[in-house]
Design a protein around this ligand. Structure first.
Ligand code: PMP
Length: 418
């Protein structure tokens, strides 16, 4: 598929530049992506996405995680529309809040309560605050390089952030028990919480599942200090295990943060927790103008119900496995080694020997032109709407992607010789 030259996308980018600083903020700025990626989208359906110029893509980013059942899932949309007809933003929550909290408590073995917000940053900030409120202490352990949101206490950018904003954050290395224990020691007497992502899914790095040893050590360090173990399940939540991502390693957190896929694209986040932190949570003043919107809660009930009923995780694992196997054999055929890490339903694909990401960018630039929306540096996402045919189309495009990488290497070798 060739992109149109005088596209609505480029016209909108030009207009946006005048009225939106930088044209677009944050991680969804298409300027950070390889050539050929659109900035503006018109619609989505199932596993497909259309940009404003009518180009169709098989979507392997799933809106950066939220779309877990597929775009415009009919049951989720119906539940949302029914609620919208009754009311969304009222003077308090609707019945759907209680229904959703009950469903989460039923699904998540670690939790006896739930509280709702809008974004993952809200949920993580709330969880950290609950840990401090519940312990009366200040220090929070955070793995270096981990993303927990775009607010001063944890933003990956230091622009506009003061040292005071980070004063009580102590870093450790994910999956490194010794460094975790060292950090806990450093916070001794003042430890409020230990934050760990569901797995290590740092931008542009190989992904890594938590080892049992690490998860148990995090639980033990929190217990020893009577502090909170907080699992950030914002990104991985409901894609790995419907009971919470750390069920796989047999460790239950005190607090978990959720967002992204909880309502299949409707804006919602949650903190779930156990009895130890119920009282502190009930006393904490926390709120937001839209935190009780009923539509997203009705959508979440429909999403979680469908995920459970349809064995969606199994489906995503099967298709993610097909994609991983297919990319693995293409990489061998082309003699271009790649590293595929993390759970297959949240794939990270990085080229070996690619310090400036040139290979990854050449690959994705070629595949996006063939209607496959991959990401060169961020983990990707499968959804329950992906089909075998989507994976075959993706692998077909990947064949061209590997050839493009080869060509780019030949060309740059030619350039450097001249
Ligand atoms: N935690 C994790 C692990 C995330 O991946 C994200 C978002 N990428 C957040 C927190 C913050 O979520 P949000 O962007 O919805 O504020």
């Amino acid at each position: 598929m060739d992109k149109q030259v005088n596209s609505l996308d480029s016209e909108l980018r030009n207009r946006a530049k005048k009225v939106v600083p930088g044209g677009m903020w944050g991680h969804m700025n298409a300027a950070a992506l390889p050539e050929g990626y659109p900035q503006f989208f018109a619609r989505g359906s199932g596993s497909r996405l259309w940009d404003v110029d009518g180009n169709e893509f098989v979507d392997f980013m799933c809106s950066w995680g939220p779309i877990i059942l597929g775009h415009h899932h009919p049951e989720v949309d119906e539940a949302a529309q029914k609620q919208l007809a009754r009311g969304d933003c009222l003077n308090g929550p609707s019945e759907s809040m209680v229904e959703l909290a009950e469903l989460l408590v039923e699904m998540l073995p670690h939790a006896t309560w739930a509280q709702f917000q809008k974004n993952g940053s809200d949920a993580m900030t709330t969880a950290a605050t609950i840990s401090r409120a519940g312990t009366g202490r200040r220090k929070i352990l955070v793995a270096s390089g981990a993303y927990h949101g775009a607010v001063p206490w944890c933003s990956p950018s230091l622009l506009g952030v003061t040292a005071e904003d980070r004063a009580h954050i102590v870093q450790y290395e994910y999956n490194d028990v010794e460094s975790l224990n060292r950090a806990a020691d450093q916070a001794r007497g003042d430890l409020a919480g230990i934050i760990a992502s569901a797995f290590k899914h740092d931008y542009g790095r190989d992904q890594c599942l938590p080892t049992r040893e690490f998860a148990k050590a995090a639980r033990a360090a929190a217990d020893a200090a009577d502090a909170a173990l907080i699992v950030d399940d914002v990104r991985a939540g409901f894609r790995l295990n419907l009971g919470g991502s750390w069920e796989a390693v047999g460790v239950r957190p005190d607090l978990s943060a959720w967002s992204k896929s909880i309502a299949n694209g409707f804006a919602l986040a949650a903190v779930t927790g156990n009895e130890r932190f119920r009282d502190a949570t009930s006393k904490l003043f926390t709120t937001g103008s839209f935190w009780c919107s009923a539509v997203s809660m009705a959508a979440a009930v429909a999403t979680l119900t469908a995920l459970r009923r349809d064995n969606a995780i199994e489906h995503m694992e099967r298709l993610g496995g097909m994609l991983r196997d297919g990319l693995g054999s293409l990489s061998k055929t082309h003699g271009l080694p790649i590293r595929q890490t993390g759970p297959v339903q949240m794939p990270m694909v990085l080229f070996e020997d690619d310090p400036d990401n040139r290979k990854g960018f050449a690959f994705c630039s070629a595949t996006v032109k063939r209607g496959i929306y991959f990401h060169p540096l961020h983990n990707m996402f499968l959804s329950a709407a992906h089909t075998t045919n989507d994976i075959e189309r993706a692998l077909d495009a990947a064949e061209h992607g590997f050839r493009a990488v080869r060509d780019s290497l030949t060309n740059s070798a030619g350039v450097s010789r001249n």
